[in-house]
Design a protein around this ligand. Structure first.
Ligand code: NAD
Length: 331
């Protein structure tokens, strides 16, 4: 009997060239719904599963698979996949860690300037006919006068630092739990408390890690205790994941004036309910999780098919989820 061609399930859309590459090595099945029931059925007899942001690959889905060899995530964050469950069963999880770096860094810098120059407030005043009042009330510091605090000096953190240090001449402080190695810009490693105390702009670029009380955990990293240590007049930017910030504590800090402003691309949950206190908090700028949504960034997410094909052909993938995990050092 001829050997069965691999069966490849697409839970979300990938571009035509990417799908063609998959068709060259197997039978491609495109799902019309990616809820858990459908996914369990679909993976029961498939060799590869490809998802983007909206599909959640739970342990139950993974345990329904009998011959799954690889899960491909077109994108960066891996919290929509139970990576531990996959690893336990010897299923490779591959992704596109570099796809969104520039897009997210660009958005972060845009948010920084928007907060600093009160672009949202000025726009609203101009539209209401308060042109001169808006002008008179507007006088901000220049970027080069500001200290930037980066939590998570990974790919995106470094791209933000490069823009802000080499482009604007900002002073850059950072904190990470692993050494980022040699940096091609000037930046100072500090503790989180020092970073919060000295930064005019705190920007978050950590993954959402749910490790209980471990120093690696980032769930609610920015909560009341951290916010109380922020420099007066500082602003917070979060383009990482909503769960990294305790949104009620953030709303309280903004209402109390402990924090001068916040720009958020990510929320917990998404979307945030209309009656959430953050929706009424002053000096905020919200975007609907668009960090990675540049034309080039979205296109690069299709590259995950390269690694899926590699695994199906018995070759080593380039971007395996757990290769990022080596060598944590305490904060
Ligand atoms: P990365 O893995 O290159 O960098 C993350 C860094 O955070 C690493 O250096 C890691 O050591 C550090 N870190 C982890 N836990 C920490 C902790 N407790 N304290 C300090 N540092 C810690 O990831 P990246 O490519 O820079 O992306 C960062 C995050 O951005 C992703 O995990 C994803 O959640 C988010 N993201 C958001 C969008 C968006 O659309 N807004 C798009 C892409 C990525």
């Amino acid at each position: 009997m001829p050997e069965r061609r691999p069966r490849i399930v697409l839970a979300e859309a990938f571009d035509v060239p990417a799908v063609e590459k998959l068709r060259a090595v197997g039978e491609v099945v495109v799902l019309d719904a990616y809820d858990e029931v459908n996914l369990k059925k679909a993976v029961a007899d498939c060799d590869a599963l490809l998802v983007r942001t909206c599909t959640t690959v739970t342990r139950a889905v993974i345990e329904s698979a009998t011959r799954l060899r690889v899960i491909g995530r077109g994108g960066v964050g891996l919290e929509n996949i139970d990576v531990d469950a996959a690893r336990e069963r010897g299923i490779a999880v591959v992704y596109t860690p570099h796809a969104s770096t520039d897009a997210v860094a660009d958005l972060t810098v845009g948010m920084m300037i928007a907060l600093q120059r009160n672009l949202r407030g000025c726009d609203a005043m101009v539209r209401k006919g308060h042109f001169w009042e808006a002008r008179g009330g507007s006088c901000s510091r220049e970027m080069s006068e500001l200290t930037l605090g980066i939590v998570g000096m990974g790919r995106i953190g470094r791209a933000v630092a490069r823009r802000c240090r080499n482009g604007f001449g900002m002073t850059v402080l950072y904190n990470d739990i692993v050494s980022p190695g040699w940096l091609d810009f000037v930046a100072t490693l500090v503790s989180k408390d020092q970073l919060y105390a000295h930064a005019d702009v705190v920007t978050l670029h950590v993954p959402l890690n749910e490790n209980g009380f471990s120093f690696k955990s980032t769930r609610n990293l920015i909560a009341a205790a951290a916010l109380s240590g922020f420099k007066k007049g500082a602003v917070l930017i979060n383009t990482s994941r909503g769960g990294v910030v305790d949104s009620l504590a953030l709303a309280n800090a903004l209402a109390a004036g402990t924090l001068a402003g916040a720009a958020l691309d990510v929320f917990d949950p998404e979307p945030l309910p209309a009656d959430h206190p953050l929706m009424r908090a002053p000096n905020t700028l919200f975007t609907p999780h668009i960090g990675s949504r540049s034309v080039a960034g979205l296109a690069r997410m299709n590259d995950v098919v390269e690694d899926v094909v590699r695994v199906l052909q018995g070759r080593s993938p380039l971007y395996l989820a757990w290769l990022d995990e080596d060598g944590p050092i305490p904060p």
